[in-house]
Ligand binder design. Structure first.
Ligand code: ZN
Length: 346
């Protein structure tokens, strides 16, 4: 897997709803931030660093995966570093042909074992994306993540701090904090463990998306739908095992944020060609194509469109339809999505 700079699909206008901020840190930025802040990351050998901070083969070796996450987690170490990472995320998305992107980040994950406040994290992310939107013709929304395996109180505080920013608008760009996501290994907890945080977020006006059906079966998606009633599902791949759950997705008008290469690397699907993305699409479930963690997986969104063209036979009209679904289900307000629809997708 590698990024293809000359793909004709690069210029195609795209909408992306599922990309993790810290899964999208450039290698040179890891090196540079590490040097400036004297971080405990071995950067002497760039080839070995790339090996340690990317995942390009299906995950058999959990230690290698944990090392990759450990490395990227250390890099978001200050307001300045986070602002730079957020800005570069927007810059890279723009060069990927993306017209609207929603980026997600977890205050509890970023602040783990660090002296950094939620305010610094939130403001760093906001300032970075605002700078990106000033420089490039792209619209950006933000989603706060609750990581299932992390401390509940840290997650709760992160959620409350994001809501407080989004509500009182004391910081320019805070109105871009629009969504809540539940992520991380699914089988460690029950959806109901997070009902409180989902309800608080929904009441505050945030859109709700939940990582589900990635490492649980279709019943995990069903439970998520019944208990948390999300607007969108991250992945949801295994819902295809049960047509009743597929029907539930349609009835509830829930969009699936599908990420083919990521789903293959995490062994959610055995090979890219067997991903149920085209099955969901042809069954009438609203789906969108996403990159999840592009730098971590050495891909970009254009790569995922190439995968969809090659393995699922999607053409430009299919891509347009999926981008319209993504715009419809974006957490950004209608005036912004409407303008993008009119300019790029009609
Ligand atoms: Zn994800």
């Amino acid at each position: 897997m590698a990024v293809n700079r000359t793909s004709p699909l690069r210029k195609m206008p795209k909408v992306e709803l599922h990309r993790h901020l810290d899964g999208s840190i450039r290698q040179e930025t890891i090196v540079d931030i590490s040097k400036r802040n004297n971080l405990d990351i071995d950067i002497a050998d760039i080839v070995s660093l790339k090996k340690r901070s990317t995942i390009t083969e299906p995950m058999q070796d959990l230690a290698a995966v944990l090392e990759a996450f450990d490395t990227i987690q250390k890099v978001s170490c200050s307001f300045e570093a986070i602002k730079r990472i957020a800005f570069e995320n927007v810059e890279d998305a723009f060069h990927d042909g993306i017209k609207l992107i929603e980026l997600r980040f977890s205050p509890a994950f970023i602040s783990l074992d660090k002296e950094i406040s939620n305010d610094e994290i939130i403001e760093g992310v906001i300032d970075g994306i605002v700078d990106g939107m000033v420089k490039y013709d792209i619209q950006v929304g933000l989603i706060t993540i609750v990581s299932r395996t992390l401390d509940y109180e840290a997650n709760r505080q992160g959620t409350l701090d994001v809501i407080s920013y989004s509500k009182n608008g004391r910081h320019p760009g805070a109105d871009r904090l629009l969504g809540f996501d539940l992520a991380d290994r699914e089988n460690t907890t029950e959806p109901s463990d997070f009902s409180e945080l989902v309800n608080i977020s929904r009441e505050a006006g945030l859109g709700i998306t939940v990582h589900s059906g990635e490492d649980t079966d279709a019943s995990g998606v069903q439970k998520t739908l019944e208990v948390l009633n999300p607007d969108r599902i991250g992945h949801g791949v295994n819902a295809w095992q049960d047509m009743q759950v597929v029907e539930m997705l349609k009835e509830r008008d829930v969009l699936l944020e599908l990420c083919p290469t990521s789903n293959w690397l995490t062994q959610c699907v055995p090979v890219l060609a067997e991903h149920p993305l085209p099955d969901f699409y042809r069954a009438g479930v609203k789906v969108s194509i996403n990159s999840d963690d592009p730098q971590l997986m050495d891909i970009d969104l254009t790569n995922e469109y190439e995968v969809a063209e090659k393995y699922y036979g999607f053409n430009n009209e299919d891509f347009r339809k999926m981008n319209l679904y993504a715009l419809e289900k974006s957490f950004l307000p209608d005036d912004i999505t409407g303008k993008i629809r009119k300019t790029h997708f009609l």
